[in-house]
Design a protein around this ligand. Structure first.
Ligand code: ATP
Ligand code: MG
Length: 293
């Protein structure tokens, strides 16, 4: 045992590999599909790789960990409440005069392809409805902003197929926010009426709402300021939520405007957050605390 431990801790490879109990190196990409924590471990690997690539801030790793804890309580699955929130969000994106999706480092590292796919789905659905400004652009908005990191996040989105990425040449500011995190593009967040902010900080979500934007968030913590500030919060893990949001957008693409308004106006965010929190609380006494087999 001592030999095994000293092997692990003396190995340079500890920096890039996770050990799952066997006395040999196990690169995460080799984790078998049957591993019960595979999805979670792969997400961590994507974020760590994102830090190395200059896309994710170190604080982004901690933010992800806080989200993981809530996902544990949620049972790591998409709830009926999350689907209902995605439906309301889809209605808002289809009705919007100008929607935009804000992308930060964690979103780019975890779900660049899904973000691009969602933007294309929303853009296509809006075009099919004859929307005057059909496209939903992606805009890079970083909490810990450096110009280099903005460029790298934009490059990651372009590599995933995004055509127009905003955020590299900001020309507007979100009122009420200090420092560089207020910077935005007048073609994107600055001129939008509906802003999709997956993984947003509470300060910025509140400022966007005060600025008159309709805010749609994805956040695993139903108690966060972001979740409470948003008009619609999808309490789900980002990589599960984005495809559901795309699916609901496609499903509603042909719905009449009155039907979409009924869906968005009938959605009660506080009630939805309470229901999800209730699920988490109710699950706790039922958790099996026996040894895992
Ligand atoms: P707020 O600023 O909104 O009050 P906070 O300060 O507690 O929230 P932040 O550090 O701003 O939290 O953001 C981290 C939050 O982002 C986590 O608590 C989690 O809810 C959410 N989050 C992180 N990773 C994911 C993910 N992959 N999917 C969904 N939500 C996530
Ligand atoms: Mg915060």
């Amino acid at each position: 045992m001592l030999i095994y431990l000293s092997f692990c801790f003396s190995s340079k490879a500890m920096e890039s590999h996770i050990y799952v109990g066997q006395p040999f190196r196990c690169p995460m990409t080799d984790i078998p599909p049957s591993h019960p924590r595979r999805a979670s471990l792969l997400a961590r690997e994507r974020l760590v790789e994102g830090v190395r690539a200059g896309i994710v801030s170190e604080a982004g790793l901690i933010a992800h960990g806080r989200g993981e804890a809530f996902d544990y309580l949620l049972g790591e699955r998409t709830t009926d409440e999350a689907v209902a929130a995605c439906r309301a969000a889809a209605a808002l994106l289809l009705l919007a005069r100008r929607p935009v999706m804000s992308v930060n480092g964690n979103v780019a590292a975890l779900a660049a392809e899904q973000a691009v796919a969602l933007a294309e789905t929303v853009t296509g659905a809006r075009a099919s409805r004859g929307a005057a400004e059909g496209a939903m652009p992606l805009e890079v908005n970083l909490f810990h902003r450096t110009e280099e990191r903005v460029r790298r996040v934009a490059d990651r989105l372009r590599a995933a197929g995004a055509r127009d990425v905003l955020g590299e040449a900001p020309d507007a500011r979100v009122p009420g926010l200090d420092h560089a995190r207020a910077l935005c593009s007048s073609q994107g967040v600055g001129g939008a009426d509906v802003v999709l902010v997956p993984l947003e900080d509470g300060d910025r979500a509140e400022a966007l709402r005060r600025w008159g934007r309709t805010v749609v968030a994805v956040d695993l913590n139903p108690m966060s300021r972001t979740s409470r500030a948003a008009h619609v919060t999808v309490v789900d893990e980002l990589t599960r939520a984005l495809p559901v949001l795309a699916r609901e957008t496609s499903a509603l693409a042909g719905a009449p405007g009155g039907g979409l308004r009924a869906i968005s106006e009938g959605f009660d965010n506080a009630a939805c957050l309470r229901a999800v929190l209730g699920r988490m609380v109710a699950r706790v006494p039922e958790v099996d605390l026996g040894p895992p087999c």
